[in-house]
Design a protein around this ligand. Structure first.
Ligand code: F6R
Length: 599
């Protein structure tokens, strides 16, 4: 998803390397185009941008040599307008006096472009980021050159959720506005900066100023001033010191970030458990009125995070006897939006903390007076600021587009909460990091062999029963995402109600099985086997199950509740190996983005 970064300095300097590094740190969000603009002391604007990877475009267009007092970089993931050079950002206004870039969606982009063209503005592309620049240009030209007033007026014209950064060649300030998309400012020595998220700021400074929706940030080298977009009032807010880690986004010897992140899972689970054990946030989370017995708690997320919610609902039900209702973000609004209210509690789960489909649901919950509990990985994210109470996932950066370690920590977090609600001793979870490390060693070779079998198939199924149902959905999603094969994940008993017709000679079906469910799964395996299907079990060793399947990926024996988490790892490895065997880069699958800030 698009990411923006802007910097302003006291002395003119070579800003290119700072911009390229910021772009590199925003890259995990996903992108198809990249651009940089710098404004020199004499007001000249240098704008370079194109479709392609950062390293390639930067080498070709010479980003590192770009000099100036102010700089903007933007990574674009196409929504309005195809990926192309004119649609890449930043954008100039008609006369080349303003330069700016956005993240998000301006939903009245088509109408605005028509208006701008009618009014004689020079519109070069079809991207809505360009509309942000022209929207400011119109008012700036009319009001005699007051940037703050022009941005405030443009805000009323631009419908949708976005953040943008903009500057004028003769005005030694950088302006940024937040409306629905993430935006945070950093204050350093003789420079300030603004970005879609923290990772691109932290190498420059740890003094962070959060920006809220409806605020305009005016950056100078000496500081950042905040203004309310509605009435122009100055807002006073102290900067905060960020103490968290600044890990470099490096692959650490692994061929892909995805494999590195899969192998980080035992460690991040250990860190999360440590954090949860010592955290006052857990108490606040559990005491949020309620998680009560008399009402369900809603678990809301999208994609992989939704699968964690589904698993959370099984954990809350089976371990704590609590009804939890897993819902997709938009489904929450459609199903519950007109009646939830004070006394209702929803846990909103999002790795990025920026997923628009989830934030839309948060907004409805807040408007109706319900409690918003947030679970996210990216500190400083919009979800963090919108939550009444929150728990971070403590995974460090997840760069690879497919979520791996953040899913596992979401699952562990729900398991931990279910243990606490059930009054069980959470010390029982301390075996998890060791079991996960064993699982990686025990399953990698078998997962690679399974991937070789699957290589020739363009359609397949993953089945799970009860607790392993969410892992079937997650295993199937990973496979679809990074191998481009069609894989459907299902509750295994549902397979006979229609999809069984897909089975023919050799058709692959993977069966994820938790201890206690083997007898049921053997029935479901045989429904497939008798029709010529190829059954692959992923489970702890179980002789009867083994006798019924064609291939077996053995995971270490463990308590039933831990098994869905262990089974996730071979499912990730199968998808990873198949992706690599197909010559696909699993870190950056086509058409996908890490942070989805659009509807
Ligand atoms: C799949 C994946 C996506 C995300 C989804 C929600 O590997 O990463 O399905 O889970 O886009 O993202 P977050 O968790 O950031 O809200």
């Amino acid at each position: 998803m698009c990411g923006i970064f802007g910097v302003i300095t006291r002395e003119e300097q070579t800003l290119g390397p700072t911009l390229v590094e910021a772009a590199r740190r925003l890259a995990y969000r996903g992108y198809d185009s990249v651009g940089c603009a710098t404004v020199a002391a004499d007001g000249s604007i240098d704008l370079r941008k194109d479709v392609g990877r950062i390293a390639e475009v930067s080498d070709r267009l010479g980003f590192p040599e770009m000099r100036g007092l102010r700089g903007i970089t933007q990574l674009r993931w196409a929504t309005f307008g195809a990926p192309s050079q004119p649609n890449a950002q930043p954008h100039l206004d008609s006369d080349g006096d303003l330069v700016g870039a956005h993240n998000g969606n301006v939903v009245n982009n088509v109408q605005l472009r028509e208006l701008f063209i009618r009014e004689g503005l020079t519109v070069r592309g079809t991207n809505d980021g360009e509309s942000c620049v022209h929207a400011v240009e119109r008012h700036y030209d009319r009001n005699g050159g007051d940037m703050l007033a022009a941005i405030r007026a443009a805000y009323h014209d631009l419908e949708g959720d976005y953040a943008f950064v903009i500057t004028q060649r003769g005005d030694h300030r950088l302006y940024a506005i937040k409306k629905g998309s993430g935006l945070v400012a950093g204050l350093g020595e003789g420079m300030t900066c603004v970005s879609s998220d923290l990772p691109s700021i932290l190498p420059l400074t740890r003094r962070i100023l959060p920006i809220r929706d409806g605020e305009i940030a005016v950056l100078s080298p000496e500081g950042v001033e905040l203004y309310d977009v509605r009435d122009g009032r100055r807002i006073e807010r102290e900067a905060e010191w960020y103490d968290g880690p600044i890990e470099a986004a490096e692959k650490g010897g692994y061929p892909h970030f995805m494999l590195k992140e899969i192998h980080e899972q035992p460690a991040v689970v250990g860190e999360l458990l440590h954090l949860l054990n010592g955290s006052s946030h857990v108490e606040r989370f559990l005491q949020a009125p309620p998680l009560p017995r008399e009402r369900p708690v809603y678990l809301v997320g999208c994609g992989t995070s939704y699968h964690a919610c589904l698993l959370g609902a099984y954990y809350f039900g089976q371990l704590a006897g609590r009804l939890a209702v897993p819902l997709l973000g938009p489904q929450f609004n459609e199903q519950c939006g007109c009646w939830v209210g004070p006394g209702d509690v929803a846990v909103f789960v999002s790795q990025s903390g920026e997923t628009k489909d989830v934030l839309n649901a948060v907004k409805v919950m807040r408007e109706r007076g319900g409690q918003v509990l947030g679970v996210f990985n990216v500190l400083g994210s919009t979800l963090m600021h919108e939550s009444d109470s929150y728990l971070p996932l403590a995974c460090g950066y997840e760069i690879s587009v497919p979520a791996t370690k953040t899913f596992v920590n979401q699952a562990v977090l729900f398991l931990y909460l279910a243990y606490r609600l059930a009054g069980r001793d959470v010390a029982g979870l301390d075996t998890l990091p060791g079991l996960l490390a064993e699982t990686l060693v025990a399953t990698d070779a078998a997962a690679r062999q399974v991937a070789e079998y699957l290589l020739g198939w363009e359609a397949l199924h993953y089945l799970g029963y009860g607790l392993t149902h969410p892992i079937a959905l997650e295993g199937a999603l990973k496979l679809k995402e990074i191998t481009y094969a069609h894989c459907e994940g299902m509750f295994s008993s549902e397979f006979k109600h229609g999809p069984l017709s897909a089975v023919h000679d050799g058709y692959p079906v993977l069966f994820l099985t938790a201890p206690g469910d083997e007898a049921m799964m053997i029935s479901h395996v045989n429904e497939v086997k008798t029709r010529g299907g190829h059954a692959i079990a992923i489970a702890a060793e179980h002789p009867a199950l083994r006798a019924n399947v064609d291939d077996y990926v053995v995971v270490p024996a463990a308590e039933r509740a831990l098994m869905p988490i262990l089974l996730t790892l071979p499912a990730q490895l199968v998808a990873y190996h198949m992706s690599v065997q197909r010559g696909i880069d699993p870190d950056f699958p086509r058409n996908l983005s890490k942070t989805l800030t659009v509807d």
